[in-house]
Write a protein that binds this ligand. Structure first.
Ligand SMILES: C[S@@+](CC[C@H](N)C(=O)[O-])C[C@H]1O[C@@H](n2cnc3c(N)ncnc32)[C@H](O)[C@@H]1O
Ligand code: SF4
Length: 332
C-alpha cells in the first residue's frame, strides 16, 4: 500500500491517539477546574480504537503514542495495549508508547512492559510536593514518584516531560535536571502552548525556552546531541550529569517542517495539526461499514490536506487561545 505522504512531502508515520479526554488531575495550564467532558457514548470503543490504529499501521504508521486526558484512567485500557502489541511483535510498529501523568503507573507498569512498551513519557513539572499540588490541583506527588519508580523497575525507559512555567519552575530547572539524570531518566522541557482557555493568562505562564536554556547553560555544559527520538524535541548532552536534555519549542523555534505526525481524539476526530482546526471525522467512516476501506480512504483524504504548520503566538497583546481545544482533547 502507498504510505501516507502529505502535500509538503512529509511522510506521516507517527500517530498520537487520545483514548479519553478525562483525567484525575487538573493541571492549571491544561484544563480549567470545572471542565465539561464528553458524554461516554461519544467515545470510540476499545475495539474501534484498535481498528483505527491498525488501519494507520497498514498505511505505514511506525509509532503509536497513546495519550489523553490521562490514558491510564480509561477503563480496560490494557486490552487496547494488549491488542496493539501484535503490531510490535510482527515488526509493523517500531514503537508503542504512552504519555501519562504517572498516577496509575504503579498498577500498570509491568503490564505495559509485557505489551511491548519500552519507553514511557511521564509529565512532572516540579519536585516540590506543595507546588505539585498547586499546579496539578488534584494530583498526589508521592503516588507519581512511586509510579515513576515502578516504571523503571519494570524495565521501562522513562522520559520526564516538564512544561516550563514562568515564575513556577524556572528556578527549579537545574534541580529537575540533576534529579532526572541522577535517576537515569531523560528530561524534556516544553513551552506552554495557547490551547484552550484556562484560568491563567497564557502570557503570565509562558517562559521561552531560549531563556531557560541560557540559564541552564550557566550551570551545565550543554552540547547539541545527535540523538533524535522521532518527536519534536531537540536534544543536548549534559556533560556534568551524563544525561540528555530535550527542548520542545513550538513558539521560539517552530519545528513544523519536519512534522511526521497526526493526532486522533477519543471520538475518532483526526487533527492533522495540533494548532489548527481542520479535522476529519474517522468515527463516521469506522461505523459506516465493517470493511476498513472507507476508513482508509478518509485517512488518506485528510492527510492530503495536512497544513504546513501551526501559527502559535503568545505575547502581551495576544495571549488568547490559538485553538479552542484543550491539549487534553487533542492529546499531548
Ligand atoms: C495533555 S497531557 C496527556 C497525557 C497525560 N495526562 C500527561 O499529563 O502526561 C500531555 C502533555 O501535554 C502537556 N500539556 C498540556 N497542556 C499544555 C499546554 N497548554 N502547552 C504545552 N503542553 C501542555 C502536559 O504537560 C503533558 O506533558
Ligand atoms: S496535563 Fe495531563 S495530567 Fe495534567 S490535566 Fe492535562 S491531561 Fe491531565
Amino acid at each position: 500500500m502507498t504510505p501516507l505522504v502529505d502535500p509538503f512531502g512529509r511522510a506521516i508515520t507517527y500517530i498520537r491517539v487520545s483514548v479519553t479526554d478525562r483525567c484525575d488531575f487538573r493541571c492549571a495550564y491544561c484544563m480549567s477546574e470545572d471542565m465539561t467532558f464528553l458524554p461516554k457514548p461519544d467515545l470510540l470503543s476499545l475495539e474501534e480504537l484498535d481498528r483505527l490504529c491498525s488501519a494507520f499501521v497498514r498505511l505505514g504508521t511506525r509509532k503509536i503514542r497513546v495519550t489523553g486526558g490521562e490514558p491510564l484512567v480509561r477503563r480496560g485500557i490494557m486490552t487496547l495495549f494488549r491488542s496493539l502489541s501484535r503490531h510490535v511483535e510482527s515488526g509493523a510498529l517500531d514503537e508503542l508508547t504512552v504519555t501519562t501523568n504517572g498516577s496509575q503507573l504503579q498498577r500498570f507498569a509491568h503490564e505495559l512492559a509485557d505489551c511491548g512498551v519500552k519507553r514511557v513519557n511521564v509529565s512532572l513539572d516540579t519536585l516540590d510536593a506543595q507546588k505539585f499540588k498547586e499546579i496539578t490541583r488534584w494530583g498526589d506527588f508521592s503516588q507519581v514518584m512511586k509510579g515513576i519508580d515502578a516504571a523503571a523497575a519494570a524495565g521501562l525507559k522513562v522520559k520526564i516531560n516538564a512544561v516550563a512555567l514562568k515564575g513556577f519552575n524556572d528556578r527549579e530547572a537545574p534541580e529537575l535536571v540533576a534529579w532526572a539524570h541522577g535517576c537515569g531518566h531523560d528530561l524534556t522541557f516544553i513551552e506552554v502552548m495557547p490551547l484552550g482557555e484556562v484560568k491563567a493568562a497564557r502570557f503570565d505562564q509562558y517562559l521561552p525556552l531560549t531563556e531557560l536554556r541560557a540559564a541552564l547553560s550557566r550551570r551545565y555544559s550543554l552540547t547539541p546531541s545527535l540523538y533524535a527520538s522521532g518527536g519534536p524535541a531537540r536534544y543536548f548532552d549534559v556533560a556534568e550529569t551524563g544525561g540528555r536534555l530535550g527542548f520542545i519549542t513550538p513558539l521560539t523555534h517552530n519545528f513544523c517542517e519536519s512534522c511526521n505526525r497526526v493526532r486522533v481524539t477519543c471520538t475518532g476526530t483526526l487533527y492533522m495539526c495540533l494548532g489548527q482546526d481542520d479535522a476529519a471525522d474517522l468515527r463516521a467512516a469506522l461505523r459506516r461499514s465493517e470493511s476498513d476501506e472507507p476508513l482508509e480512504e478518509a485517512i488518506r483524504a485528510a492527510i492530503a490536506r495536512k497544513p504546513k504548520g501551526h501559527d502559535f503566538l503568545i505575547d502581551r497583546e495576544q495571549s488568547h487561545a490559538s485553538t479552542s481545544r484543550h491539549m487534553s482533547v487533542t492529546g499531548g
